[in-house]
Design a binder for this molecule. Structure first.
Ligand code: ADP
Ligand code: MG
Length: 624
């Protein structure tokens, strides 16, 4: 039999290898930024177009390359950073594999311009799919500029696999942060589609964190500092009261590289034990320096895990250092023994205190019918909310009750919730006029989680949270698409701080948010000024709701029918729907039952989980 094995042509081998290194535009950004740092740049500019799908350019003022090196830099395993295997254990550069440029050039259109200080003129090389298209002498300042255009142009499958621009840009900004947070002594600029996203002057770690995450960050930070034989630990943790609902701002750097470590993260969390609200995560920015021989740096280029020789000791030190700093900065309870603990309302219970008024209301009194312009300036109420807590919006306490009191056919002037009466009712469960059937039924709340009621054929058990989420979801969705929501005007505009990238994301949903009832006076820089909010939420909930929304947008995987409108409606309804554990008055239970079955899709929650189950009399009979 004849031989069948062949060596793959270089460009094919390169393309295959490229798949390992370049997974998305952000991978290119990381490699190019790291090369600029290795070249000792003091100023690095990142220029992005269309979330990196059309252009990624990095310009640095580093050492540049000679003509020969410029050409060689695109060869696989061509590196100036290590010479022998031993060098691997004493690395002080980011790169060492000599793979990045070769990989990138295999799957994109690349233009390189570079010049060393001592040279009069520079070199310009153009490469497309590993083929050198041209090499010329050029006039260019000292340093290197690399443009990567049309990424994955020759691998359509990979190109199609890329996520939406919002998501890809988000990954790019993440990589940019990770690099910029370590190298505060380097000036970084970033532009996207022609406008400046970041302009980070030379500073120190603390200032750099503040430049990136916003002016309000400074007051949140508690410095940590510890030096032992094994490790030097510096950086910051955010005070516990600033813990976030998402893990967004958690950073470990080891010897100037960003890493992820579930184990060390656990160590940090344990230092915060007892200080955090439930389901919140501390923010931290921690720089570890260890002997390079004590870690396995030979990590895969796209991976961020790392192996330490003595992870347990590191864990213990990290934990005690953070505990110590938190104590010193007066935030740990250990210094607070004399405080009256009964004054600290656990967050989750705050809303419970206000349940009482719901049974004390004067039911004949309807503040809205008397005077449609209430003190907050809102003219009508929308949504079917009733779990409101804060005294500042006491009228919300009545909203649910009021709606449920409407005997049978609500009039046009009533709350917008009733508009659902006119939408198509999925009535398969019930015979005849389903709504009236239900209204006369009694309901029963089971374990503060389910609402039980009967129908002709048997019994329905409704999950209160999911059902309410479905109801609110359809209302929010409707408001967004029809721009029909009303808002309550705030007496004093609410100013909320965000990081620049959060502001960027917020702007992408500004219009939809306005349709739900938000009024933004201004969104710019690191701040959003809000003068009106949907009637369904209270002022104190706004910040949580927007924070959750931003994180939902960031983390949404937009593969399956990604729609911003849907995401927004899901996020808002998820934030404000009654929770499992909430005690519901009879009227509220009935209101949920009625509104649910007036929904277009009552059977599933917005996250596709069943909202209720039925037990027919037959089913019950069988059990006896
Ligand atoms: P590595 O960084 O692992 O060495 P790369 O493929 O990223 O591999 O780069 C190959 C070589 O090209 C580097 O070792 C370096 O000598 C040179 N090089 C790449 N980018 C730059 C730059 N911005 N400035 C100067 N030299 C560079
Ligand atoms: Mg490199």
């Amino acid at each position: 039999m004849s031989d069948i094995i062949q060596l793959l042509p270089d460009h094919v081998a390169n393309q295959i290898a490229a798949g390992e290194v370049v997974q998305r535009p952000a991978s290119v950004v990381k490699e190019l930024l790291e090369n600029a740092i290795d070249a000792k740049a003091t100023h690095i500019k990142l220029i992005i177009k269309e979330a990196g799908k059309t252009l990624i350019q990095v310009i640095d003022d580093g050492v540049g390359m000679s003509v020969t090196d410029a050409r060689l830099s695109f060869e696989r395993h061509a590196t100036s950073k290590i010479k022998t295997a031993e060098d691997l254990f004493q690395l002080n550069t980011k790169g060492f594999r000599g793979e990045a440029l070769a990989s990138i050039a295999a799957i994109a259109h690349v233009e390189l311009k570079t010049k060393q200080e001592k040279d009069e003129v520079g070199t310009e090389i153009k490469i497309e799919g590993s083929e050198v298209v041209s090499q010329e002498v050029c006039v260019t300042p000292k340093g290197t500029s690399i443009s990567v255009k049309n990424l994955f142009y020759n691998i359509p499958a990979r190109r199609n696999f890329l996520k939406s621009n919002t998501v890809e840009l988000r990954h790019i900004i993440d990589e940019f942060h990770r690099v910029a947070m370590v190298h505060a002594d380097i000036k970084f600029d970033m532009y996207h589609n022609g406008s400046e996203v970041f302009n980070l002057p030379v500073s120190n770690h603390r200032q750099r964190i503040v430049q990136i995450f916003g002016g309000k960050t400074n007051e949140k930070l508690v410095p940590i500092d510890e030096e032992t034989d094994l490790v030097s630990i510096t950086g910051f943790v955010a005070k516990p009261e600033y813990a976030k609902r998402t893990r967004g701002e958690q950073f470990f750097f080891v010897n100037d590289r960003f890493i992820k470590s579930a184990y060390l993260n656990h160590g940090v969390n344990s230092a915060f034990e007892g200080l955090l609200k439930e389901k919140t995560h501390p923010s931290y920015f921690i720089y570890l320096t260890v002997d390079p021989t004590s870690i396995d740096i030979n990590i895969h280029p796209t991976k961020t895990e790392i192996k330490f020789d003595d992870e347990h000791a590191l864990y213990a030190m990290l934990r005690s250092t953070i505990k110590h700093s938190l104590g010193q900065f007066n935030v740990a309870p250990v210094l607070d023994f004399n405080r009256d603990a009964s004054m600290d309302t656990p967050y989750e219970y705050k809303s419970k205190m206000v349940q009482t008024p719901t049974i004390e209301v004067d039911r004949s009194f309807n503040p809205f019918k008397e005077d449609p312009k209430d003190s907050n300036g809102s003219s009508t109420k929308s949504y079917t909310n009733f779990k409101k807590e804060s005294t500042g919006s006491w009228e919300n306490l009545y909203a649910g009750l009021d709606t449920t009191e409407i005997p049978s056919k609500p009039t046009e002037s009533d709350f917008s919730t009733v508009q659902f009466e006119s939408t198509e009712v999925t009535g398969s469960l019930f015979e005849g006029n389903t709504n009236t059937d239900l209204e006369h039924n009694t309901t029963y709340q089971l374990r503060r989680k389910y609402i039980v009621t009967t129908i002709k054929s048997g019994m329905v058990i409704i999950n209160q949270h999911r059902a309410h989420q479905r109801i609110l979801y359809e209302e929010v969705l409707k408001n967004i698409t029809m721009a029909s929501a009303v808002s309550q005007q705030l007496l004093f505009p609410l100013k909320l701080s965000f990081s620049k990238q959060e502001v960027t994301l917020l702007k992408t949903v500004q219009e939809q948010l306005e349709n739900t009832g938000f009024v933004f006076e201004d969104i710019s820089g690191e701040e959003a000024t809000i003068s009106g909010i949907p009637t369904v939420i209270t002022e104190s909930e706004v910040s949580m709701l927007l924070e959750k929304l931003i994180s939902d947008i960031e983390h949404e995987v937009p593969d399956t029918g990604f729609s911003l409108t849907d995401l927004l409606a899901r996020s808002i309804s998820g934030s404000i729907a009654v929770r499992t554990g909430a005690d519901l008055a009879k009227e509220q239970q009935q209101h949920i039952v009625n509104s649910l079955f007036a929904c277009t899709e009552p059977t599933i929650s917005p996250d596709n989980k069943p909202t209720f189950i039925t037990l027919t009399v037959d089913d019950i009979d069988k059990k006896f």
